[in-house]
Design a protein around this ligand. Structure first.
Ligand SMILES: N[C@@H](CCC(=O)N[C@@H](CS)C(=O)NCC(=O)O)C(=O)O
Length: 438
């Protein structure tokens, strides 16, 4: 019996050659991409390991427009490195640690995560403890204040930056990459909303969150009073943490209630930031230099190369005038174009007769003669109505023999076109991914 199943089983699987080439191309590209990524990673690691002994390599996001970092924790750690005079270098290429947080460091080939754990490890290793003069009680107060800012106020600031204002301040405070605005900001915004909800602060109303944030700042301001630093006349570790966080309020929270507070009632917090900036960041302005965004250049280059190849392959050898096209010829072989016919003696005479006349006196037939004999597209047999693509103008709107637009199998596309199209597609995805992930 001829069941639906048996009918289906009779349909032979006819692999489409172009699709196979395309899939093969993509597969090879994936393997190539993975190998390349592995190579890049190992080269990076080599570079990081080549940093001199006992020099910290600080991995952090690119510089901000108004602060060396728009994240409190990298700014805290870099400020500590300056306070303690521990030699360091920056890496802005891989800001996120395998734990998904920034900052992190590589020291003597070993990776360390979490600004506070790093700071404590460095303090021990380099004997740079700036709190030895403090009593246990003072240390406890310093820790409590720091936790208030890093674990409580931080979330109010996160909600303001990423949720209540939807990350709109980001392009103002950091040189955003091409697609950051399109994809990353809404994405990060959602992530932060979820994180704040998980932490708990995000479950409150905006008014409640703002009030909690303002209370933290007021408490901090009261504690600081007229002292130059939080624990007295000398800057200590806690000042680095406070600076990292408060710098975000002072310079990176435009039109927020927090910014308003430190510009008025809690001005001592802003003065503290200016003091820290002057003391530990004499090169502040130089550190605000923006990272050059090379991604656009890479994308443009890929487009140009892909265009040159795909168009070059389609062109006849006569049209190949540029070096890239010659290169294409070398790679794929020349396409032979029909040899131009040698004009007969009659044609030469007819052409000469027309050419001796001024051009504005040429008749329609004269023009046809010149086109027929002297142009490089040959005789069209007097057919009228040629279109730009060198085919006759359709006489009616209905073209029964016109192939389906999606009849991919029938398209005269050389396999190379599919491969280069694939390369371009993958490259485009890679560039977009790079732009998004930074
Ligand atoms: N406790 C960590 C906190 C680091 C942290 O939260 N960094 C933020 C940027 S300021 C981050 O990487 N966030 C990314 C995320 O949470 O996915 C530290 O002190 O290093």
């Amino acid at each position: 019996m001829d069941t639906a199943f048996s009918r289906c089983s009779k349909i032979a699987f006819k692999p489409n050659k172009n699709i196979l080439i395309f899939v093969g191309g993509i597969g090879s590209l994936y393997v190539a991409y993975k190998t390349y990524s592995y190579y890049v990673e190992s080269q990076r690691r080599k570079k990081w390991n080549a940093v001199s002994k006992n020099v910290v390599l600080l991995h952090q996001p690119i510089r901000g427009k108004f602060t060396p970092s728009i994240s409190p924790f990298p700014l805290k750690l870099e400020t500590y490195l300056r306070l303690s005079n521990i030699p360091y270098e920056n890496d802005f290429e891989v800001p996120m640690s395998p734990t998904g947080k920034t900052p992190w460091i590589t020291l003597n080939g070993e990776d360390f995560y979490d600004s506070q754990l790093i700071l404590e490890m460095l303090a021990k290793k380099f004997h740079k403890d700036f709190s030895t003069h403090l009593s246990q009680e003072e240390c406890a107060v310093a820790r409590a204040l720091q936790i208030m800012m890093e674990e409580h106020f931080y979330w109010a600031a996160v909600l303001w930056r990423w949720v209540y204002t939807g990350g709109r301040s980001i392009p103002d405070i950091v040189e955003a990459k091409l697609l950051l605005g399109l994809f990353a900001i809404p994405m990060v915004s959602k992530m932060m909303k979820r994180a704040a909800y998980g932490q708990g602060m995000g479950r409150h109303t905006k008014a409640e969150v703002v009030e909690m944030g303002l209370k933290d700042l007021r408490s901090l301001s009261s504690f600081l009073g007229v002292k130059p630093y939080f624990m007295g006349d000398k800057a200590t570790e806690v000042d680095c943490a406070m600076f990292g966080m408060l710098a975000q309020v002072v310079w990176n929270s435009p039109q927020s209630p927090f910014e308003e507070l430190v510009n008025g009632e809690c001005i001592n917090l802003k003065e503290f930031c200016l003091r820290m900036k002057e003391t530990f960041w004499p090169d502040w302005d130089r550190c605000l230099q923006r990272a050059v965004n090379s991604s656009i250049t890479v994308l443009a280059l890929l487009c140009a190369v892909s265009d040159a190849f795909t168009l070059g392959m389609r062109a006849t050898s006569q049209a190949r005038v540029t070096p890239q096209m010659n290169f294409v010829d070398d790679l794929f072989g020349k396409k032979s174009a029909p040899a131009a016919p040698t004009p007969s003696a009659n044609d030469n005479a007819a052409l000469n007769a027309v050419m001796t006349k001024p051009m504005d006196e040429w008749s329609k037939d004269d023009k046809k003669t010149v086109t027929r004999i002297a142009s490089n597209w040959g005789d069209r047999g007097g057919t009228e109505g040629y279109t730009f693509f060198n085919g006759p103008t359709p006489k009616t709107g209905e073209q029964a023999d016109l192939q389906d637009f999606f009849a991919f199998a029938d398209v005269d596309a050389p396999p190379q076109l599919a491969v280069f199209g694939g390369i371009f597609g993958v490259a485009l995805v890679a560039v977009v991914a790079t732009l998004i992930t930074g």
